[in-house]
Design a protein around this ligand. Structure first.
Ligand SMILES: Cc1cc2nc3c(=O)[nH]c(=O)nc-3n(C[C@H](O)[C@H](O)[C@H](O)COP(=O)(O)OP(=O)(O)OC[C@H]3O[C@@H](n4cnc5c(N)ncnc54)[C@H](O)[C@@H]3O)c2cc1C
Length: 278
Protein backbone atom coordinates (compact mmCIF):
# COMPACT_ATOMS: atom_id res chain seq x y z
CA UNK A 1 0.00 0.00 0.00
CA UNK A 2 1.25 3.48 -0.84
CA UNK A 3 -0.30 6.86 0.03
CA UNK A 4 0.62 10.53 -0.11
CA UNK A 5 -0.07 10.94 3.61
CA UNK A 6 -0.19 8.28 6.31
CA UNK A 7 -1.82 9.34 9.60
CA UNK A 8 -0.99 7.00 12.49
CA UNK A 9 -3.65 7.14 15.21
CA UNK A 10 -7.31 7.88 14.48
CA UNK A 11 -8.09 9.87 17.60
CA UNK A 12 -9.22 13.44 18.02
CA UNK A 13 -6.34 14.95 16.05
CA UNK A 14 -6.01 12.10 13.56
CA UNK A 15 -9.68 12.25 12.50
CA UNK A 16 -9.51 16.00 11.97
CA UNK A 17 -6.24 15.78 10.04
CA UNK A 18 -7.26 12.89 7.81
CA UNK A 19 -10.51 14.63 6.92
CA UNK A 20 -8.92 18.00 6.23
CA UNK A 21 -5.99 16.56 4.25
CA UNK A 22 -8.29 14.44 2.06
CA UNK A 23 -10.28 17.51 1.01
CA UNK A 24 -7.89 17.71 -1.92
CA UNK A 25 -8.87 14.86 -4.29
CA UNK A 26 -5.31 14.82 -5.61
CA UNK A 27 -3.96 13.69 -2.22
CA UNK A 28 -4.38 10.09 -1.06
CA UNK A 29 -4.67 9.76 2.72
CA UNK A 30 -4.62 6.67 4.92
CA UNK A 31 -5.73 6.79 8.56
CA UNK A 32 -4.57 3.92 10.78
CA UNK A 33 -6.36 3.31 14.09
CA UNK A 34 -5.62 0.57 16.64
CA UNK A 35 -9.23 0.36 17.79
CA UNK A 36 -12.40 -0.47 15.87
CA UNK A 37 -14.11 1.70 13.29
CA UNK A 38 -17.88 1.37 13.67
CA UNK A 39 -18.52 3.32 10.48
CA UNK A 40 -20.89 6.21 9.92
CA UNK A 41 -22.87 7.36 12.95
CA UNK A 42 -25.99 6.87 10.84
CA UNK A 43 -25.05 3.20 10.42
CA UNK A 44 -26.16 2.59 14.02
CA UNK A 45 -23.28 0.27 15.01
CA UNK A 46 -21.61 2.48 17.66
CA UNK A 47 -21.79 1.15 21.26
CA UNK A 48 -24.28 2.85 23.60
CA UNK A 49 -21.73 3.99 26.19
CA UNK A 50 -19.64 5.66 23.47
CA UNK A 51 -22.68 7.58 22.30
CA UNK A 52 -23.93 8.65 25.74
CA UNK A 53 -22.36 12.01 26.60
CA UNK A 54 -23.76 12.00 30.13
CA UNK A 55 -20.93 9.87 31.53
CA UNK A 56 -17.41 8.78 30.64
CA UNK A 57 -17.24 5.56 28.61
CA UNK A 58 -14.90 2.69 29.56
CA UNK A 59 -15.68 -0.07 27.06
CA UNK A 60 -12.85 0.82 24.65
CA UNK A 61 -9.98 1.75 26.95
CA UNK A 62 -6.36 0.74 26.47
CA UNK A 63 -5.11 -1.68 29.11
CA UNK A 64 -3.20 0.16 31.83
CA UNK A 65 -1.05 -0.69 34.82
CA UNK A 66 -3.22 1.12 37.34
CA UNK A 67 -6.95 1.38 37.92
CA UNK A 68 -7.05 5.00 39.08
CA UNK A 69 -8.14 6.25 35.63
CA UNK A 70 -5.13 8.55 35.43
CA UNK A 71 -3.93 6.64 32.36
CA UNK A 72 -7.36 6.24 30.79
CA UNK A 73 -7.17 6.44 26.98
CA UNK A 74 -9.66 5.27 24.36
CA UNK A 75 -8.82 2.68 21.70
CA UNK A 76 -11.45 3.38 19.07
CA UNK A 77 -11.84 5.61 16.02
CA UNK A 78 -12.36 9.08 17.47
CA UNK A 79 -9.87 8.37 20.26
CA UNK A 80 -10.47 10.06 23.58
CA UNK A 81 -13.12 12.30 22.00
CA UNK A 82 -15.20 9.11 21.81
CA UNK A 83 -15.21 8.56 25.57
CA UNK A 84 -14.48 11.93 27.15
CA UNK A 85 -16.55 14.48 29.07
CA UNK A 86 -17.36 16.66 26.01
CA UNK A 87 -16.30 19.83 27.82
CA UNK A 88 -15.31 22.53 25.31
CA UNK A 89 -13.15 25.17 26.94
CA UNK A 90 -11.30 27.75 24.89
CA UNK A 91 -8.54 29.89 26.29
CA UNK A 92 -9.00 33.57 27.08
CA UNK A 93 -8.13 35.76 24.04
CA UNK A 94 -5.26 37.35 25.98
CA UNK A 95 -3.72 33.90 26.45
CA UNK A 96 -3.49 33.33 22.68
CA UNK A 97 -2.07 36.84 22.21
CA UNK A 98 0.56 35.97 24.77
CA UNK A 99 1.84 32.89 22.93
CA UNK A 100 4.39 34.84 20.94
CA UNK A 101 5.55 35.24 17.37
CA UNK A 102 3.06 34.01 14.78
CA UNK A 103 0.25 33.48 17.27
CA UNK A 104 -2.66 35.72 18.31
CA UNK A 105 -6.31 35.33 19.16
CA UNK A 106 -7.21 36.89 15.79
CA UNK A 107 -5.26 34.25 13.87
CA UNK A 108 -6.63 31.39 15.97
CA UNK A 109 -10.25 32.62 16.14
CA UNK A 110 -11.44 31.37 12.70
CA UNK A 111 -10.05 27.92 13.46
CA UNK A 112 -11.76 27.84 16.84
CA UNK A 113 -14.99 28.87 15.19
CA UNK A 114 -14.69 26.16 12.55
CA UNK A 115 -13.92 23.50 15.18
CA UNK A 116 -16.89 24.69 17.25
CA UNK A 117 -19.21 24.24 14.27
CA UNK A 118 -17.76 20.92 13.19
CA UNK A 119 -17.99 19.51 16.72
CA UNK A 120 -21.60 20.71 17.05
CA UNK A 121 -20.70 22.64 20.20
CA UNK A 122 -23.65 23.95 22.22
CA UNK A 123 -24.14 25.57 25.63
CA UNK A 124 -24.84 23.43 28.67
CA UNK A 125 -28.36 24.16 29.85
CA UNK A 126 -29.46 24.73 33.45
CA UNK A 127 -31.69 21.67 33.20
CA UNK A 128 -28.66 19.44 32.60
CA UNK A 129 -26.88 20.36 35.83
CA UNK A 130 -26.42 17.67 38.44
CA UNK A 131 -27.27 18.65 42.06
CA UNK A 132 -23.53 19.06 42.77
CA UNK A 133 -22.98 21.32 39.76
CA UNK A 134 -26.10 23.30 40.58
CA UNK A 135 -24.90 23.92 44.14
CA UNK A 136 -21.49 24.94 42.81
CA UNK A 137 -23.01 27.33 40.25
CA UNK A 138 -25.22 28.91 42.91
CA UNK A 139 -22.29 29.34 45.28
CA UNK A 140 -20.10 30.91 42.58
CA UNK A 141 -22.12 33.34 40.47
CA UNK A 142 -19.14 33.96 38.16
CA UNK A 143 -18.77 30.26 37.37
CA UNK A 144 -19.06 29.44 33.66
CA UNK A 145 -21.44 26.81 32.39
CA UNK A 146 -19.06 25.34 29.83
CA UNK A 147 -20.21 24.45 26.29
CA UNK A 148 -20.28 20.80 25.22
CA UNK A 149 -19.72 18.95 21.93
CA UNK A 150 -22.93 16.96 22.21
CA UNK A 151 -26.10 16.74 20.20
CA UNK A 152 -28.65 16.40 22.95
CA UNK A 153 -27.09 13.58 24.98
CA UNK A 154 -25.14 12.20 22.00
CA UNK A 155 -21.35 12.54 22.34
CA UNK A 156 -20.38 14.09 18.99
CA UNK A 157 -16.92 12.62 18.72
CA UNK A 158 -14.20 13.55 16.19
CA UNK A 159 -15.03 10.56 13.98
CA UNK A 160 -18.60 11.80 13.52
CA UNK A 161 -17.55 15.44 13.27
CA UNK A 162 -14.72 15.06 10.78
CA UNK A 163 -14.78 11.63 9.15
CA UNK A 164 -18.49 11.13 8.51
CA UNK A 165 -18.57 13.90 5.90
CA UNK A 166 -15.34 12.55 4.36
CA UNK A 167 -15.90 8.78 4.30
CA UNK A 168 -17.22 8.66 0.75
CA UNK A 169 -14.04 10.21 -0.66
CA UNK A 170 -12.18 7.69 -2.83
CA UNK A 171 -8.84 9.20 -1.78
CA UNK A 172 -9.43 8.48 1.96
CA UNK A 173 -8.69 5.02 3.39
CA UNK A 174 -9.53 4.24 7.02
CA UNK A 175 -7.93 1.16 8.54
CA UNK A 176 -9.50 0.21 11.87
CA UNK A 177 -8.12 -2.49 14.22
CA UNK A 178 -4.63 -1.93 12.82
CA UNK A 179 -1.73 -1.28 15.18
CA UNK A 180 1.09 0.97 14.00
CA UNK A 181 4.39 -0.36 15.27
CA UNK A 182 7.05 2.02 13.98
CA UNK A 183 7.84 4.68 11.43
CA UNK A 184 10.02 3.33 8.62
CA UNK A 185 13.03 5.41 7.71
CA UNK A 186 15.31 5.79 4.72
CA UNK A 187 18.20 7.58 6.38
CA UNK A 188 16.52 10.45 8.18
CA UNK A 189 13.47 10.48 5.90
CA UNK A 190 10.19 8.83 6.94
CA UNK A 191 8.96 6.55 4.17
CA UNK A 192 6.02 4.81 5.81
CA UNK A 193 5.18 2.60 8.75
CA UNK A 194 5.24 -1.01 9.86
CA UNK A 195 1.79 -2.02 11.06
CA UNK A 196 -0.12 -5.14 12.05
CA UNK A 197 -1.60 -5.01 8.52
CA UNK A 198 1.83 -4.96 6.93
CA UNK A 199 4.12 -2.28 5.57
CA UNK A 200 2.48 0.95 4.41
CA UNK A 201 4.49 3.37 2.29
CA UNK A 202 3.85 7.11 2.26
CA UNK A 203 5.36 10.38 1.12
CA UNK A 204 4.49 11.98 4.46
CA UNK A 205 3.90 10.32 7.83
CA UNK A 206 1.91 12.07 10.58
CA UNK A 207 1.99 10.58 14.08
CA UNK A 208 -1.21 11.36 16.02
CA UNK A 209 -1.39 8.38 18.36
CA UNK A 210 -1.88 10.45 21.51
CA UNK A 211 0.27 11.34 24.49
CA UNK A 212 1.21 7.69 25.15
CA UNK A 213 0.92 6.13 21.69
CA UNK A 214 2.96 8.67 19.71
CA UNK A 215 6.15 8.37 21.79
CA UNK A 216 5.84 4.58 21.61
CA UNK A 217 5.71 4.60 17.80
CA UNK A 218 8.56 7.10 17.58
CA UNK A 219 10.76 5.28 20.07
CA UNK A 220 10.30 2.00 18.22
CA UNK A 221 11.21 3.73 14.97
CA UNK A 222 13.82 6.45 14.81
CA UNK A 223 14.93 6.22 18.44
CA UNK A 224 15.16 2.45 18.51
CA UNK A 225 16.87 1.94 15.17
CA UNK A 226 19.48 4.67 15.55
CA UNK A 227 20.44 4.55 19.19
CA UNK A 228 18.21 2.10 21.07
CA UNK A 229 18.04 4.51 23.98
CA UNK A 230 14.93 6.14 25.49
CA UNK A 231 14.21 9.89 25.34
CA UNK A 232 15.09 11.81 28.48
CA UNK A 233 14.29 15.35 29.68
CA UNK A 234 17.09 17.87 29.01
CA UNK A 235 17.72 21.52 28.51
CA UNK A 236 17.17 21.49 24.74
CA UNK A 237 14.29 23.36 23.11
CA UNK A 238 11.91 22.53 20.33
CA UNK A 239 10.13 25.65 19.16
CA UNK A 240 6.85 25.76 17.32
CA UNK A 241 4.80 28.47 15.68
CA UNK A 242 1.29 28.71 14.27
CA UNK A 243 2.17 27.36 10.80
CA UNK A 244 4.17 24.46 12.27
CA UNK A 245 7.56 25.92 11.36
CA UNK A 246 10.40 27.04 13.58
CA UNK A 247 10.20 30.69 14.60
CA UNK A 248 13.24 32.95 14.56
CA UNK A 249 12.67 34.18 18.10
CA UNK A 250 11.78 32.53 21.35
CA UNK A 251 8.02 31.89 21.74
CA UNK A 252 6.43 30.77 24.99
CA UNK A 253 5.81 27.27 23.73
CA UNK A 254 8.66 24.79 23.98
CA UNK A 255 9.32 21.15 24.70
CA UNK A 256 12.40 19.45 26.06
CA UNK A 257 13.93 16.13 25.10
CA UNK A 258 17.26 14.42 24.62
CA UNK A 259 18.80 11.02 25.17
CA UNK A 260 18.79 9.22 28.50
CA UNK A 261 22.52 9.00 28.58
CA UNK A 262 23.06 12.55 27.37
CA UNK A 263 25.28 14.86 29.40
CA UNK A 264 24.30 15.37 33.00
CA UNK A 265 21.49 12.85 33.23
CA UNK A 266 21.12 9.93 35.46
CA UNK A 267 18.55 7.29 34.65
CA UNK A 268 15.00 7.17 35.93
CA UNK A 269 13.22 4.84 33.55
CA UNK A 270 9.83 5.73 35.03
CA UNK A 271 10.17 9.23 33.58
CA UNK A 272 11.20 8.13 30.13
CA UNK A 273 8.56 5.66 29.02
CA UNK A 274 4.77 5.65 29.35
CA UNK A 275 3.51 3.12 31.85
CA UNK A 276 0.39 2.25 29.82
CA UNK A 277 0.85 -0.87 27.69
CA UNK A 278 0.60 0.83 24.35
C1 LIG B 1 -11.40 10.33 30.44
C2 LIG B 1 -11.04 11.58 29.69
C3 LIG B 1 -11.90 12.68 29.70
C4 LIG B 1 -11.55 13.84 29.00
N1 LIG B 1 -12.44 14.90 28.97
C5 LIG B 1 -12.16 15.97 28.18
C6 LIG B 1 -13.11 17.03 28.03
O1 LIG B 1 -14.21 16.98 28.57
N2 LIG B 1 -12.78 18.08 27.25
C7 LIG B 1 -11.57 18.14 26.60
O2 LIG B 1 -11.31 19.13 25.88
N3 LIG B 1 -10.65 17.15 26.72
C8 LIG B 1 -10.95 16.07 27.47
N4 LIG B 1 -10.05 15.04 27.56
C9 LIG B 1 -8.79 15.18 26.82
C10 LIG B 1 -8.99 14.97 25.32
O3 LIG B 1 -9.93 13.95 25.06
C11 LIG B 1 -7.63 14.64 24.73
O4 LIG B 1 -6.76 15.71 25.01
C12 LIG B 1 -7.68 14.46 23.22
O5 LIG B 1 -8.65 13.51 22.85
C13 LIG B 1 -6.31 14.02 22.73
O6 LIG B 1 -6.35 13.87 21.35
P1 LIG B 1 -5.21 13.10 20.57
O7 LIG B 1 -5.65 13.03 19.14
O8 LIG B 1 -3.92 13.72 20.90
O9 LIG B 1 -5.18 11.64 21.23
P2 LIG B 1 -6.33 10.53 21.30
O10 LIG B 1 -7.68 11.14 21.12
O11 LIG B 1 -6.05 9.73 22.52
O12 LIG B 1 -6.06 9.66 19.99
C14 LIG B 1 -4.97 8.79 19.87
C15 LIG B 1 -5.46 7.64 19.00
O13 LIG B 1 -4.34 6.89 18.56
C16 LIG B 1 -4.63 5.52 18.69
N5 LIG B 1 -3.37 4.82 18.83
C17 LIG B 1 -2.52 4.85 19.88
N6 LIG B 1 -1.45 4.07 19.64
C18 LIG B 1 -1.65 3.56 18.40
C19 LIG B 1 -0.87 2.69 17.57
N7 LIG B 1 0.30 2.17 17.98
N8 LIG B 1 -1.35 2.35 16.36
C20 LIG B 1 -2.55 2.87 15.92
N9 LIG B 1 -3.31 3.69 16.66
C21 LIG B 1 -2.85 4.04 17.88
C22 LIG B 1 -5.55 5.41 19.90
O14 LIG B 1 -6.29 4.22 19.90
C23 LIG B 1 -6.38 6.66 19.74
O15 LIG B 1 -7.53 6.44 18.99
C24 LIG B 1 -10.34 13.89 28.28
C25 LIG B 1 -9.48 12.79 28.26
C26 LIG B 1 -9.83 11.64 28.95
C27 LIG B 1 -8.90 10.46 28.89
Amino acid sequence: MRFDVLVLGGGTAGCALAARLSESPERSVCLVEAGPDYGLYAGGRWPDDILDARSLAFSHAWETDGEDRSQLRARILGGCSAHNACVVLEGAPSDYDDWGHGWSYDTVRPHLQRAREQLRTRPTTEAELTPWHRAFAEAAPDAILHPVNAVGTLRWNAAFAYLDPARSRPNLTILGDVLADRVRLDGTRATGASTSAGEIEAETVVVTAGAYGSPGILLRGAGASRRRRPLRPRRGRVRVRADGGVPPRDPRVRARASRADGPGHGGDPQQSLPRGRL
